[in-house]
Design a protein around this ligand. Sequence first.
Ligand code: HAM
Length: 458
Amino acid sequence: MIKAVRGTRDLLPPETALWNFVESTVRDVFRAYNFQEIRTPIFESTELFARGVGEDTDIVSKEMFTWEDRGGSLSNRFGEFLDWAEKNRGSIGPINTHNIVDEYFRAESWKGQSLTLRPENTAGVVRAYIQHDLEKRGLNKLYYIGPQFRRERPQKGRYRQFYQIGAEVIGPPTAGSESPARDAEVLEMLATLLDRLGITGWTLQLNSVGCPNDRAAFNDALRKALEPVKDKMCADCQRRAVTNPLRVLDCKVPEDQPIIETLPRISQFLDEGCRNHFAAVQEILTKVGVPFTLNDRLVRGLDYYTRTAFEFTHGALGAQNAILGGGRYDGLSEALGGPPAPGIGFAIGEDRLVMSLQESAESVLKKPDVYIAPLGAGMNAEAARLARELRRHDLIVDLGDENFRLKKSFEAATKAGAKYILIVGENEVKADVFSLKNLATGEQVSVPRAELPQRIQT
Ligand code: HAM
C-alpha cells in the first residue's frame, strides 16, 4: 500500500468541516479589519528564504525542502534567453547569429536554479510587495491561508506539510506602517479571532527584540557571555555563538538550558525609541482589554524580527504549544532589495488551532436537509429533477438510487444524517405529491411538489 509520506497527512471529512469553520470565521474576522487575501506561489527561489528568514535559523539551515531545478530546454526558456542575449549584446554580436545559442547554453542553460517549498509566507508576501510595487497602495493589509513545508521531526502538532493562516500589515513609513497602533490592532484582532472561535485558555507572550542597533549590542553581549561557556554547549550553539549568537536562544537541547538561562536579556538593550514603541503597544492593549504576559526570552526563530515579537500559546497543546507567532520586520523589505517598508504580521498554525477547538466536527458539519429515495425503475431521473429543484432553494440534498430497496434507502438516509427522507415512486410522480418523512420523529406527510421546499426548510 502506498501511504502518505511521513509528516504529511490527509484531512478527511468530517474533520474538514472544522477546517472550513475556522477558515470562514477567519475570513469574516479579517474582513472586519479590512484585510484582503494574497496568494503567493508555494515554491520560491531559495535565496528568498536564505536572505529573508536568515541562513543561521533552524528553518533555513536544516528544515527546507530544496532542489535544483533543471536547466530546461531553450524553447521553454526563450524569454530568459532573449534577456540574456540582450544583456550580452556587446560581447556576442547580432542576436540572429547561430553561435549565440551555443554560447547561451554554455553560459546559462545548465545552471539550474535552486528552489524551495515555502517554509513560511512572510518572505513571499514581502517579495510580492516589492515586485508589484505595492507601496503605491499605501498601507497593505494582506492575509493568506495555505500549506507550508518544513523538514522537522514529526510529532503531535508538528508536521512537514502544515497549514498557516497569516496576515501582514506592510507599507511605506508615510502610511503609518511603523506605528505601534498597527501592532496593537493586529494583536487585538487575534484575541478577537480566538474568542470568536471559542478558544479559551490562550496566553499572549509579548516581547520587543529591538532594532538592529540594539541587536548588535545584544549580540556582542551574548558573544562575550558565551565565550567562556560555549565549549560546554551543543555543536549548533558552538557555531552560533560565533556566527549569530541570538540564535543560541532558540536551542532546544535540555543540557544547554541552564547556560542559556544565565545569558543577557534583550530587554536590557532596547534604545529609547524601541522602549517607547513597546510601551505604546502595551498601553493600547491594556486599554482595549487584551491581556498579555511579558516574556523577554521570546526572540522567535526567524532573523527578520524587529521590535514587537509575540506568540500565543495554549496549554492543551502539549510540547508544541505555540498556536501562532509573529512580530515586526521593519528591515525585511530592504534586506530583500526593496524600499523601506516596515511591517508586522503573524502566522497561525492551522493544524494546532483546529486541535485546540472546543467545537466538534459533528457540531459544525451541515447535514443533508433531505435524502431523496427513488423507488423503482425510471425513478432516478425523477429524483434528479426534484433534487435540482430543491437545491435551487439552498437545501442540502442527498440522492439514493432506484435500485435500492426502501429499507436500504432508509439506512443510507440515516447514515447521512438527513433530516427528512422523500420517497419518489411512480404513484408519487403521477400525483405530483410526495411522501416526506421526518427521520427523527417518524412523522410522515404527503406534500405537493410546489410546497416541498418550504416544508423541508421548516
Ligand atoms: P513561525 O513561528 O515559524 O512564524 O510559525 C508560525 C506558526 O506556525 C507556529 O506558531 C505554529 O503554530 C505553526 N507551525 C510552525 N511549524 C509547524 C509545523 N512543523 N507543524 C505545524 N505547525 C507549525 C512564521 O512562520 C512567521 N512567518 C510568522 C510571521 C508572519 N511573522 C510575521 N509575519
